[in-house]
Design a binder for this molecule. Structure first.
Ligand SMILES: NC(=O)c1ccc[n+]([C@@H]2O[C@H](COP(=O)([O-])OP(=O)(O)OC[C@H]3O[C@@H](n4cnc5c(N)ncnc54)[C@H](OP(=O)(O)O)[C@@H]3O)[C@@H](O)[C@H]2O)c1
Length: 360
């Protein structure tokens, strides 16, 4: 078998990357070896790296000290299996490193999939440890694999955020302001909110992305970051922040003050401009973590109902994405390095989504 290839980033300088090559381990009892076929890359993966220590993202796919294997959503095929319940050739959707191979320890195997029972993943959020067998997944469409890899985890977050806001009666407001409105997670949230029609959806974005966001049709209004003060401040409003840009968060809190009924931190696409200010007017920003919301809704509704509700909304979203998202396939080391650099530096285009492959 050819060696395994791993894309790694320096944990204290995300601009430094390297390739590590090592033999694919021998198959041991209880394990399966997956050949990773394709993984998506967006700002979400940059956030995994930025919070690799704080939120334990470096623990999923351990590397040599000082280096990290960035997790990414995608597809792979089982090429060796020591388990009767898992066939070689099974295609999986789940959480992978940007590598050619991954050794898994399948546990709780069902016709639909399994969890990786490896000891080093036991304490990590369950949603990241699940692998779905695509052929048993009623929502799977081979023709949409790339869209699934790029959009599905982000859409899930948007869906769960919309559910959270509705559950909280929009914190007694009828307006939601979303920062980094061009990000796929924000677009997902705006899409679900606009379909529900229960509130006004206002997007904040960079001047260069304003036209793209306006064309989407899921925001009632789009405002460049510099024009936050043009939004009427008299009525209550909820802020959902994907950017974590200190200047933007400060401007929003100062502009709305006590009219801000909830301030929700979801992401940090502007990862180098993080919020440092304390004692902002209005509510203290609260972190929204999708895996925790999945656990809550699984307890409330049961896993099947949650999956069914998400699947219905996902179906509309992925079909709508044909009109605004182009998949950019990258193959080989140079393509991975380029996609990492472009995404890290904020140069990736919002109307594109990278899907990377290290295959031959
Ligand atoms: N808390 C959770 O559970 C959870 C779950 C999923 C995702 N998220 C977070 O949601 C955020 C969005 O992820 P995504 O994958 O949807 O993003 P994406 O689609 O790749 O976002 C692209 C947009 O982000 C902004 N951007 C990206 N990099 C930038 C940079 N270096 N400097 C300035 N702006 C930059 C730009 O938007 P603008 O011009 O509009 O600012 C850009 O159009 C991430 O931070 C991710 O971690 C959180």
């Amino acid at each position: 078998m050819p060696d395994a290839l791993h894309f790694e980033v320096s944990r204290d300088d995300l601009r430094r990357t390297r390739w590590s090559v090592e033999p694919v381990p021998e198959l041991t009892p209880g394990d399966a070896i997956v050949r990773i076929d394709r993984t998506a890359l967006t700002a979400n993966n940059i956030s995994y790296a930025v919070s690799g220590d704080a939120l334990s993202y470096w623990k999923f796919f351990p590397a040599e000290a000082g280096w990290g294997r960035v997790p990414a959503w995608g597809f792979g095929d089982v090429i060796r299996s020591s388990l009767d319940a898992l066939a070689e050739g099974d295609r999986l959707y789940g959480y992978f490193p940007i590598s050619t191979h991954l050794v898994l320890r399948p546990a709780a195997i069902t016709p639909g999939g399994f969890v990786d029972g490896a000891a080093h993943r036991a304490a990590l959020p369950g949603v990241y440890n699940q692998y779905r067998r695509v052929l048993a997944d009623p929502g799977y469409d081979a023709a949409s694999e790339d869209r699934q890899a790029v959009l599905q985890p982000l859409f899930m977050t948007g869906f769960l955020l919309a559910d959270f806001l509705a559950d909280e009666q929009f914190f007694a407001s009828r307006r939601v302001v979303i920062a980094s409105a061009s990000s796929k997670t924000a677009v997902s949230l705006a899409f679900v909110l606009s379909r529900a029609g229960a509130c006004e959806v206002i997007g904040l974005t960079s001047p260069r992305n304003t036209a793209f966001v306006e064309k989407l049709g899921c925001y009632d209004r789009v405002v460049p970051y510099q024009e936050i003060r043009s939004i009427a401040a008299a009525d209550p409003v909820v802020f959902v922040d994907m950017a974590n840009d200190g200047a933007v968060v400060g401007a929003v809190h100062r502009h709305f003050g006590e009219r801000l009924t909830h301030s929700c931190v979801v992401g940090a696409t502007h990862w180098e401009s993080a919020l440092r200010e304390r004692d902002l007017p209005g509510p203290r920003p609260a972190f929204f973590f999708a895996p925790a919301r999945i656990e809550k809704r699984t307890r409330d509704w049961g896993g099947r109902v949650l999956q069914e509700r998400m699947a219905r909304a996902w179906h509309d979203f992925v079909s709508d994405s044909q009109s605004w998202l182009e998949i950019c396939e990258g193959r080989g080391r140079a393509a991975v390095e380029r996609a990492w650099r472009e995404t890290l530096e904020g140069r990736a285009r919002p109307d594109q989504g990278y899907v990377l492959s290290l295959g031959d």
